[in-house]
Design a protein around this ligand. Sequence first.
Ligand code: ATP
Ligand code: MG
Length: 205
Amino acid sequence: MSEQDSDTERNARHKRAMQRKKAHVDQRIAQATIDKGLLVVLTGNGKGKSSSAFGMLARSVGHGMRCGVVQFIKGQWECGEQLLFNDHPLVEFHVMNTGFTWETQDREKDIAAAEATWHQAEKLLADPDCQVVLLDELTYMLTYGYLDSDRVCQALESRPADQHVIITGRNASDRLTGLADTVSEVRDIKHAFNSGIRVQKGIDY
Ligand code: ATP
Ligand code: MG
């Protein structure tokens, strides 16, 4: 068989395969007819949870949607997402006013701060005008037992039916992933920090 013939045959095979694939994709798209507020959980030990969540926030704001953000752990560095969205007219932004729990080293103070911050989240989760709620690093509040899991799940379950919620943080519980519509686990393959590279503006914060 000449080189040209084999190319023609390969192209024809590719076309048939793509036609089958398109028929399959079109059928699946036609079957997805439901609109609802999603609960998206981004967990795992790799880098990319909060940045993905803020990517969805940027998309939503781009569409003119009203959004709320609650950050449950305040980092050492002022993060770019906060600088960008803090004063944005479509975004209500709350940050827990303590640092990392290994820096405060005061459990009672952390619990009080977690509860006060959760109260802001509850208000957003009860607001039908708020279309997207981002609860960044919420999972740690549950892992440390700072927040009651029943209280958190109850607020998530009784939120407006068309409100989207995005939750980030490592070790999301089975209960939380069970409630979610979409769950992604970011796996740590390699991180620059482990080669002694310090956090980089724009990429890490
Ligand atoms: P990002 O905000 O960059 O998307 P993240 O939300 O997935 O990260 P967090 O656990 O919230 O991850 O950590 C936030 C900070 O820790 C970021 O500066 C990030 O680069 C860094 N980090 C994330 N994963 C790792 C890791 N596996 N090893 C070391 N540092 C990490
Ligand atoms: Mg994060």
